[in-house]
Design a protein around this ligand. Structure first.
Ligand SMILES: Nc1ncnc2c1ncn2[C@@H]1O[C@H](COP(=O)(O)OP(=O)(O)O)[C@@H](O)[C@H]1O
Ligand SMILES: [Mg+2]
Length: 425
């Protein structure tokens, strides 16, 4: 998932997002590529629409429209979701979008174009993305990138963000020696940003593709091949493909059937509840294992990387060297409401209760986000939740082997029983 984002308008987001889709498809014919925009300007439709207007639009992402009906095949072999004029943010936290997109199981690459403001949708796209491209054309855009980086920092994912110098007049000079885009790159790197070596030049020909009287927007690939932007977009697509190859190696287990065959200890009915990604960093966690967790209400289970768990858990300042089981319980009409409570209960490795503490959630966004990812819903809506985490980090093979898996289930029942008896849940 790729988000193209910037709080500034007119920096080339939509041009880059739409053309990137075309170039990816051109370089890699077999790779499914889908594009969608949270903006309401219909540029995506103007470039990709083919045939009658699809029944559903991107608004369907926020509803329960089945995945196969969301995206339709468009021009240049690219799938697209029709744009929508009125998108209303749902009540879930923006982090919910990543799960929704994963649940659609769209194959290949999804490109999300965003609005020039940092609203719910842009934040959702940032949190969903494996790669965030931020076009910057001047110093102001660079300063603006700070807000995007902050959102990614809150979930420890700043390494996904790449600045892309855009609409650059490669001849413009700051003074006799320094070109503007070189200065921009220098200033960005000094602020610790990753900057692509590629830049997208300003080209009147490219600009003309989206203006004029035609209701269609033409791609650079087909209508501006003799510009510098053509080879720049090709390089950008190659950069994306190299990242995609690396990521998909990790994700391959979903397609090669790793889950059904490799974990015989897990009853078949449980396998589809197995979440493949770490609920904290959203990267693959099944291959590395970590702390196994289980959410009672949704019956979701999976692994949180040991380091990711420590980041959140270590912050709570609990006196805990037990390395047994941790039960997280949520009580009350909704976590962020005035009367809800999160309690952390520590158990020894045999499921004996050691200690319980209530945790203040205000100002703990990473914890709140983690809990919503584990439970699969926004905490605003959660009423009663029970999540059990095995603090012994294990490989998936070990944790999901028959004996270990059964032991965890029996501990889970025992822990729930103890908490009930102690009046704690
Ligand atoms: N490389 C480019 N050279 C010249 N004009 C461009 C280039 N990329 C985009 N434009 C023009 O700049 C304007 C803003 O581009 P757009 O992609 O819509 O930006 P954003 O989505 O960030 O608002 C549009 O008129 C577009 O045609
Ligand atoms: Mg745009």
């Amino acid at each position: 998932m790729i988000a193209v984002a910037s709080e500034k308008g007119g920096v080339g987001k939509t041009t880059i997002a739409t053309n990137l889709a075309v170039y990816l498809k051109a370089l890699c014919e077999d790779l499914p590529v889908t594009i969608a925009s949270f903006d309401n300007h219909f540029s995506v439709d103007q470039m990709f629409a083919l045939g009658p207007r699809p029944e559903h639009s991107i608004a369907g992402l926020l509803e329960d429209v089945p995945p196969a009906e969301l995206a339709v095949l468009g021009q240049y072999g690219v799938q697209y979701m029709a744009s929508s004029r009125r998108l209303q943010p749902p009540s879930h936290a923006p982090g919910w979008m990543r799960q929704r997109l994963h649940s659609t199981e769209l194959p290949g690459i999804l490109i999300l174009d965003t609005r020039p403001i940092l609203d719910w949708f842009t934040e959702a796209a940032l949190l969903a993305a494996d790669l965030v491209l931020v076009p910057v054309k001047d110093r102001a855009a660079l300063v603006n990138a700070g807000a995007l980086r902050q959102i990614l920092a809150s979930v420890d994912r700043t390494t996904r963000l790449w600045l892309l110098p855009s609409l650059v007049d490669t001849r413009a000079k700051l003074n006799a020696e320094v070109r503007v885009h070189e200065f921009l790159t220098y200033a960005a790197r000094e602020r610790d940003y990753q900057v692509l070596d590629i830049c997208i030049s300003k080209s009147p020909k490219v600009e003309s593709l989206a203006s004029g009287f035609s209701s269609r927007i033409r791609p650079v690939l087909t209508h501006a091949r003799n510009t510098a932007v053509h080879s720049q977009l090709k390089q950008l697509a190659e950069f994306v493909l190299s990242r995609f190859d690396a990521e998909s190696k990790l994700l391959n287990c979903r397609h090669t059937g790793l889950i059904p065959d490799v974990f015989p200890g897990m009853p078949v009915g449980h396998r589809h509840r197995l979440i493949l990604e770490c609920p904290f960093c959203c990267r693959q966690s099944l291959s590395e294992g970590g702390h196994f967790y289980f959410d009672l209400r949704s019956r979701r289970r999976g692994f949180i990387h040991a380091a990711c768990f420590e980041k959140v858990y270590g912050d709570l300042g609990l006196d805990d060297d037990s390395h047994g089981l941790v039960a997280l319980t949520i009580d009350g009409p909704g976590l962020v409401g005035p009367e809800c409570r999160l309690a952390v209960h520590l158990f020894d490795t045999d499921g004996g209760l050691l200690n319980s503490e209530e945790i203040e959630l205000k100002g703990r966004k990473p914890l709140v986000d983690l809990l919503s990812m584990m439970t699969g819903q926004s905490l605003d809506e959660s009423y009663r939740e029970f999540i059990l985490v095995n603090r012994v980090a294990q490989s998936a093979d070990d944790q999901l082997a028959e004996g270990a898996y059964r032991r965890f289930s029996s501990h889970r029942r025992q822990v729930a029983r103890e908490l009930r008896q102690a009046g704690l849940f």
